[in-house]
Write a protein that binds this ligand. Structure first.
Ligand code: CU
Length: 308
């Protein structure tokens, strides 16, 4: 004889069993995983593949720890108040507090202090990540345009003084080789490992945003000004990059690949590009009025939004 449950308990068990079974099979079907210990430690950030990314990760983790500590204190206070000051009998009204000056001063000052600390750490990390006193080993002129990217690599020695004023038309190299993506072809950016590469960011049309999740860095590409940042990739491999700023209809096509390679492979890549006369130029191709450089404008390509 099986176990005899009282009628009501058996009904309740059924009520619980069905959602439980549904819930767990949904979890299984969705392939939901709770992540590795390392993923938890990074609070879902990708593993940083650049030295700059380490700083960003530390800021992210610190912010989460601060937020969790604050959360635990707040939850503890909420539950303490709910339980300790509950109405204990029907004929009793708990003490009604109208104001408490010390407490009000505390909960005004504490968040202000927290914002100041968050801000200070953010500025510190920003200064470390955007440190212009670090002389870049390479400079690449990056163009974000509707709807792809152009990467201009310098050939020969670079003159870093040309980077001081981004508004003039002096560039750090005397000649360039380039690759340009199109709406149907995702371009590849090649970077030498353990070298600092500076990106000068140009846009001929609207605001884009140049970022690689694996490097934990991104920055707006703004028409009319040249933003820049530098990355020192630390791990050889292939990464995905994307436009982080909704820039129009085909924004989602503004993907690119990043290949981090050895110095020798990088040199070989630049040499190969230089062999192709269609990929060489005295100055970097910055898109815009030089319409032939604008990705997506190839004949027969229907996705030429943004053309004049
Ligand atoms: Cu874009």
């Amino acid at each position: 004889m099986g176990l005899q449950l009282p009628k009501r308990a058996a009904g309740n068990a059924r009520k619980v069993a069905l959602p439980l079974a549904l819930g767990s099979s949904l979890l299984l079907l969705s392939g939901c995983s709770f992540g590795t210990v390392d993923e938890w430690k990074r609070v879902a950030m990708p593993e940083p593949a650049s030295t700059q990314g380490e700083h960003i990760l530390a800021l992210w983790q610190g912010a989460w720890i601060a937020a969790m500590v604050t959360g635990v204190i707040v939850w503890a206070l909420i539950f303490y108040a709910v339980i300790a000051f509950r109405r204990k009998s029907d004929d009793e009204v708990p003490v009604q507090t109208r104001y408490n000056l010390p407490l009000e001063i505390f909960y005004t000052i504490a968040p202000i202090m927290m914002v100041i600390v968050f801000f200070a750490h953010t500025v510190k990390v920003q200064d470390a990540v955007l440190d212009d006193s670090v002389v870049p080993d390479n400079t690449i002129e990056v163009v974000g345009q509707q709807w792809s990217w152009t990467f201009n690599y310098g050939v020969g020695e670079q003159d870093n003084a040309a980077n001081d004023d981004a508004t003039d038309d002096k560039f750090p190299y005397s000649s360039y080789v380039y690759t340009a993506g199109t709406a149907s072809h995702i371009p590849t950016l090649v970077l030498p490992v353990n070298e600092t590469t500076r990106f000068n960011l140009h846009s001929p049309d609207v605001i884009h945003d140049f970022g690689v999740p694996g490097f934990l860095m991104k920055m707006d590409v703004v028409p009319g000004r040249v933003n820049h940042y530098a990355i020192t990739p630390t791990t050889i491999g292939t990464y995905d990059g994307k436009c982080y700023e909704l820039c129009g209809v085909y924004h989602s096509r503004m993907l690119f690949q990043v290949k981090v390679v050895t110095r020798a492979e990088y040199d070989q890549y630049i040499q190969d590009l230089a062999q192709d006369p269609n990929s060489s130029s005295d100055t970097p191709l910055l898109g815009g009025s030089e319409a032939y450089t604008q990705a997506g404008l190839e004949s027969g390509d229907e996705s030429t939004g943004g053309a004049e």
